[in-house]
Design a protein around this ligand. Structure first.
Ligand SMILES: Nc1ncnc2c1ncn2[C@@H]1O[C@H](COP(=O)(O)OP(=O)(O)O)[C@@H](O)[C@H]1O
Ligand SMILES: [Mg+2]
Length: 243
């Protein structure tokens, strides 16, 4: 589904090893949490997975397509919600969704079906024909989520998706993640909010300074660590943040 093989990435002419020999893979039909303190290298990894940053060392395969060698096929397979939604401010919500649907070649019928369901869940229907420039951060986040799901991707990638969402929207998002998984699809999301991860993840990877420190089945990890909470396990393996 998603394979990350020995990937590294350095910034500042090699002075900052943001991602350092990272390897793990995701199976179909799971919610996979990508955990780490601020500055651990989550966003950098996700940018390589989604083709925003080049993979200069190691390789990444999305649904069997190498992101470097076959970027279009790889990109068709996932929907991506970045940490800070970069959206065309001059568009209305509807224009943005139509744009995304056109890019992915989604039929009128399918875009109508996905959009009406998600607008209702996120209470965004009233704002759909208004300009995105007037949206709150949470509303931008929600329209970005709808845009990422418009082509019903096999893999859904989200970078810190709970940030800026009010409780009802965060609840709706978690429900959507579970439904996506239950339909045999895969969710890969990063977070530093451990309570959320503990509740919804089937498997997790914890990174520290760009290196994998723990990866596995949520329940097995907890059992192996003497039924400690994810927070306690995290504190014992993940180190502090770089802030
Ligand atoms: N564009 C950049 N230039 C230089 N350093 C960066 C850049 N982006 C991220 N970093 C550094 O790389 C490390 C990993 O950052 P990031 O991937 O954003 O972590 P996370 O998403 O886990 O908070 C941090 O030390 C961060 O300061
Ligand atoms: Mg980040």
């Amino acid at each position: 589904m998603l394979e990350i093989n020995n990937v590294s990435m350095a910034y500042a002419n090699g002075k900052i090893n943001a991602v350092d020999g990272l390897s793990f893979s995701l199976k179909a039909g799971e919610i996979f949490g990508f955990l780490g303190a601020n500055g651990a290298g989550k966003t950098t990894t996700i940018k390589m997975v989604t083709g925003i940053l080049p993979v200069k060392s190691g390789s990444i395969t999305v649904c069997g397509h190498d992101i470097t060698k076959d970027p279009i096929a790889a990109k068709r397979a996932f929907g991506f919600v970045p940490d800070s939604p970069i959206i065309f401010d001059k568009y209305t919500g509807r224009e943005y969704i139509d744009f995304m649907a056109d890019v992915y070649g989604v039929s009128k019928q399918d875009r109508e079906r996905v959009t009406s369901d998600l607008l209702k869940r996120f209470s965004l229907a009233d704002a759909f024909d208004k300009r995105i420039s007037g949206y709150s951060h949470g509303m931008k986040q929600k329209i970005a989520i709808i845009g990422a799901l418009i082509h019903s991707p096999s893999l859904w990638i989200l970078d810190e998706p709970m940030m800026g969402l009010d409780p009802p929207s965060a609840f709706a998002l978690k429900e959507l993640m579970r439904e996506h998984r239950d339909a045999g699809k895969t969710v890969f999301f990063s977070t530093h909010v451990l309570d959320v991860a503990e509740k919804i993840c089937d498997r997790v990877a914890i990174i520290n300074k760009g290196k994998l420190v723990l990866c596995g089945d949520m329940d097995e990890i907890k059992r192996a660590q003497g039924d400690e909470s994810l927070e306690e396990i995290f504190m014992s393996v993940a180190g502090g943040s770089d802030e």
